[in-house]
Write a protein that binds this ligand. Structure first.
Ligand code: MRU
Length: 371
């Protein structure tokens, strides 16, 4: 990822070799500030408060959180406490549980004195692997954009709609939905991104617009309700979104509002792709609509909005009559039948049980061993 033209990841080990650095995403796009996490509680707070967010990044930060926890208490009880604390921070993104299970598998059966080193090594590897998976998603997704580009008039951009932030700010690097976009842009293919603002937390307006701007990718911010109209007027060539959990049969859970975009895409013949690393697949879940827990967040995210005032202050204001009852579901599930393909690190898959299992047989085998 580029900030001011410089390459930076969204989570890193500090030069002292034990504290963990993250970008404070609650301040973007108006301020760029980093945070130093020094304890299990710091890591849990960062995930819970969404200073760090996005399914793959939550997993990587949780892995580092387990490493930090081994400094404090490397006993079996200490590890269990760290696992339970981090797992409870956010319920929907399965990358969190995946990363915590990976960490436990590496640390649990070692002598106590070896646990710190093993935990840091695995956390760093999880972060590196995530960046590699995102890069591979970019390579595979690029082919989809190239195929549309060849049918266009010279200089005419490929118009891509995305929802929420599934960019490098949501992963360790490159992003999932944005990885193919960056790959196409870097290759000189003209692309233009329709960025859903993504109420209530505005991850599209605040984060996706920020990172596309930093990378120099042409984009236009739109209110969340605009996508259907654009699709009816052939102004969207394809939609690419991320995911917080994809089921064994290809249902995709992502930021609230994704499902409506998929319905509009189907009605208008627009290809609708979900980009995600294999750490986002939950092989224990079959029917996403019935089985995936949907996070419900505080009402103030809907009733209030924050922004920059003309004199440079960040202010929060209410936008509803006082006392208005509010519902704030964080995610929804798009059934596999509405998904054109899953862009993974191992290629673009049809969203079926057979295709997903064939692409990731080792994950299916691991699940069989556990159950
Ligand atoms: O609530 P958030 O901001 O963590 O939700 C993020 C999303 O829904 C992303 O689209 C998803 O995590 C995919 S990230 C590559």
């Amino acid at each position: 990822m580029k900030i001011g033209g410089k390459h930076i990841r969204s989570v890193w080990l500090e030069p002292d070799g034990w504290a963990v650095g993250i970008i404070d995403q609650t301040l973007l796009p108006h301020r760029f500030a980093t945070l130093r996490l020094e304890s299990l509680d710091d890591a849990a707070h960062a995930i819970r408060s969404m200073q760090t967010r996005g399914a793959p990044l939550i997993g990587a930060v949780a892995a580092f959180g387990m490493a930090l926890a081994t400094h404090e208490d490397a006993s079996d009880e200490g590890l269990e406490r760290a696992y339970t604390t981090l797992l409870a921070t956010r319920p929907t993104a399965i990358n969190l549980k995946w990363a915590l299970d990976e960490m436990m598998a590496v640390v649990r059966n070692r002598p106590r004195e070896d646990r710190v080193v093993a935990a840091y090594a695995r956390a760093q590897a999880i972060a590196d692997e995530d960046a590699e998976m995102s890069k591979a998603i970019g390579r595979h997704g690029l082919k989809l954009i190239e195929a549309i580009h060849v049918g266009k008039k010279l200089g005419e951009p490929v118009n891509i709609l995305t929802h929420c932030n599934a960019g490098w700010l949501a992963t360790v690097d490159h992003g999932t939905a944005t990885a193919p976009i960056y790959a196409a842009h870097d290759r000189g293919i003209p692309v233009h991104v329709w960025v859903d603002e993504t109420r209530p937390r505005n991850q599209g307006a605040a984060l996706t617009a920020f990172e596309l701007g930093q990378h120099g990718v042409p984009h236009t911010l739109i209110p969340d309700n605009t996508g259907g109209h654009l699709m009816q007027h052939q102004m969207v060539d394809l939609a690419i979104v991320g995911a917080d959990r994809v089921t064994a049969q290809g249902d995709a859970c992502n930021k609230i509002g994704t499902y409506l975009k998929a319905l509009a895409a189907r009605d208008n013949g627009v290809p609708f792709y979900v980009a995600m690393p294999s750490s986002t697949i939950d092989f224990t879940v079959r029917d996403g609509v019935a089985e995936i827990p949907i996070e419900q967040r505080g009402p103030e995210e809907v009733s209030h909005m924050s922004g920059l005032t003309s004199d440079g202050r960040i202010e929060t204001i209410s936008v509803v009559p006082e006392g208005t009852p509010v519902a704030n579901y964080g995610f929804d599930v798009t059934p596999a039948r509405l998904v054109t393909g899953l862009i993974t690190e191992r290629g673009v898959l049809t969203p079926t049980r057979a295709a997903i299992a064939a692409a990731f047989p080792e994950r299916v085998d691991a699940k069989r061993k556990v159950s």
